[in-house]
Design a protein around this ligand. Structure first.
Ligand SMILES: Nc1nc2c(c(=O)[nH]1)N[C@H]1C(S)=C(S)[C@@H](COP(=O)(O)O)O[C@H]1N2
Ligand SMILES: [Mo]
Length: 547
């Protein structure tokens, strides 16, 4: 049996072109309908299933969260293309013998490809980056995926036909065609490939290779279409890359010159997304449901008509290491979540709320925290419309709990009567997400200072939702402590800023440290504890040599 190079070539080309068509359709759906393609959703599906060690291990392999996101998208898209090619090659091998069987196989494999994607991604198919509520979002995703995979199937079929790889009408026995072409009838029926089975459909009755020329033209045509689709895939990929979160994910606030209120464009940023949602405010709504007596849906106008409050609150990521800058302070304007929950009437045995955002991100916390009047749905940040990257049109602000609980692009709250887990929580973070008191030296001393000089030390102190009552500085590596000046007291829910003018007197190697006391009199935990699984504790220490 001769190796069917021509058939493989046709399958490869048809699969590649059909795969590029699928990718193009997905790119269009992503840009204009906010439908995340499987390559993007797969990461969101897998991330919560990993342990923190595995998750961080992947950071190590791929170069941080950004590297992991890029690798995921590239591999997912490449994998999808590969599956497409495999399907097309399988179909090409069958369809050259029997068109009917080939098309049936194509239909089955195409539906299976779609069904597999739907089955794997089902829990997060409600994701919609333009703001459709999860129920509608799932329908939009299913429809967009059906169009994409459907066109893929059609493209494989058309591609193989144009390339001359489809057997003639099933009624015409293959042996006859071969005979008509002047060849010897095969000894053992259709399974044999005498003298190049690939050419069987490529000869007309006269034996002249007319169809061969047609197939060649077809090949050129398919190639041109393929190049066009590759270009469109590239253009869409570039457009999405330009919108990607790579330039700002992990943005930190560092000294010197930290201001009491962080400007919006300097506010620290963390996101699970490769491309953050761009919510159409007219499409967006906020649903209140689950174990409540009266479920309700609010559009943005309805939400902003409610009595609003403004509150200063500092957010800090659970991954903010001691001395790091994943922490910022802003004035948030919005509506207490409690106002909507109370109107809906949670059942008496309510335990938690499950919050959902348009990017498929979820998180949970206690019903008590949800009913706390300082837990708010914010739609303004420092007086401006909430910026896209910080959750436009509405985000949650939960004072005293780590950043991850502060859902951006939020679209739903469901009251539940059990202990649910959010996106990162299932990796093993927590179970305690209460921000411990922390303090940071944002303007540390230079490595060497001279005796008699004045060294201005500055920094932040943050007590979660307990406020800050005292900040102390040590310039002798923790032996003695002196009160720093609180230059900005902040609020119970925000950081305080402090300053300390140090006049080094004793020469030698030492270190500067800071510690804070929260508003309830609780001391900062001095024990060094890593970020995993409940956030870092310990004192920020900066070595210094006095000359
Ligand atoms: N919808 C959604 N909300 C989210 C996230 C996300 O990826 N998606 N990231 C969370 C994390 S881990 C943090 S620390 C904060 C960061 O908020 P910021 O970028 O506005 O500072 O958003 C939280 N809310
Ligand atoms: Mo975070």
């Amino acid at each position: 049996m001769r190796f069917p190079y021509a058939t493989l070539g046709r399958g490869l080309l048809a699969g590649l072109v059909a795969g590029l068509l699928l990718t193009t359709v997905q790119g269009i759906a992503r840009l204009w309908l906010g439908v995340a393609p499987p390559a993007e959703l797969l990461g969101d599906r897998i991330a919560p299933l990993l342990t923190i060690d595995q998750f961080f291990g992947l950071f190590g392999v791929f170069g941080g969260y950004n590297g992991l996101k890029q690798a995921g998208i590239l591999r997912g898209t490449g994998g999808q293309l590969a599956v497409g090619v495999v399907i097309a090659v399988a179909v090409a091998l069958v369809i050259r013998r029997s068109a009917r069987r080939g098309y049936r196989l194509l239909a089955i494999l195409t539906v299976a490809f779609y069904a597999a994607a739907v089955a794997v991604l089902w829990p997060i198919l409600g994701t919609n980056h333009t703001g459709f509520a999860p129920g509608t979002g799932r329908v939009v995703s299913l429809a967009a995926m059906a169009v994409g995979f459907g066109l893929f199937g059609v493209a494989v079929g058309v591609g193989l036909r144009v390339l001359g790889g489809v057997a003639g009408p099933a009624a015409v026995p293959e042996r006859e065609m071969v005979t008509a072409g002047g060849g010897t009838p095969p000894a053992s029926g259709g399974s044999a490939e005498p003298g190049g089975g690939d050419e069987r459909g490529a000869r007309d009755g006269s034996g002249a290779p007319a169809v061969g020329r047609r197939a060649l033209l077809g090949g050129v045509g398919v190639g041109v279409v393929g190049v066009g689709l590759a270009a469109s895939t590239g253009a869409l990929g570039t457009a999405l890359y330009d919108r990607s979160t790579f330039p700002y994910d992990g943005l930190r606030v560092t000294g010197p010159g930290i201001t009491p209120i962080t400007p919006n464009d300097a506010f620290y940023t963390v996101t699970k997304n490769v491309v953050d949602p761009r919510v159409d405010a007219g499409r967006w709504s906020f649903g209140v449901g689950g174990a409540v007596r009266t479920p309700a849906t609010y559009d943005l106008a309805a939400l902003t008509r409610m009595p609003e409050t403004t509150q200063e609150t500092t957010l800090m990521c659970i991954s903010n290491g001691v001395g790091d800058g994943l922490m910022s302070n802003a004035l948030w304007t919005g509506v207490p979540l409690a106002d909507l929950l109370t109107a809906a009437g949670p059942v008496d045995d309510a335990v938690e709320v499950v919050l959902t955002a348009v990017d498929g991100y979820t998180d949970t916390f206690s019903i008590e925290k949800a009913l706390d009047p300082t837990t708010m749905l914010a739609y303004r940040m420092n007086g401006d419309e909430l910026p896209q990257r910080h959750g436009f049109p509405v985000r949650l602000v939960v004072p005293g709990l780590y950043g991850e609980k502060n859902l951006k692009w939020i679209t739903r709250v469901d009251v539940v009567t059990y202990d649910a887990e959010g996106f990162y929580e299932t990796q093993g973070w927590g179970p305690d997400f209460v921000i411990p008191t922390r303090s940071t030296i944002t303007e540390p001393p230079p490595a060497q200072v001279s005796r008699g000089s004045v060294v201005g030390l500055r920094g932040t102190a943050f007590g979660g939702d307990r406020g800050v009552s005292r900040v102390e500085v040590s310039t002798d590596d923790g032996r003695t402590w002196t009160d720093a000046t609180i230059t900005y007291p902040g609020t119970r829910l925000s950081w305080a800023l402090w300053g300390f003018d140090w006049r080094p007197a004793t020469a030698g190697a030492s270190a500067v440290l800071v510690r804070a006391t929260d508003g309830a009199g609780g001391s900062q935990i001095v024990t060094d504890r890593g970020i995993v699984p409940t956030g870092a504790t310990g004192l920020h220490r900066v070595p210094v040599t006095v000359l």
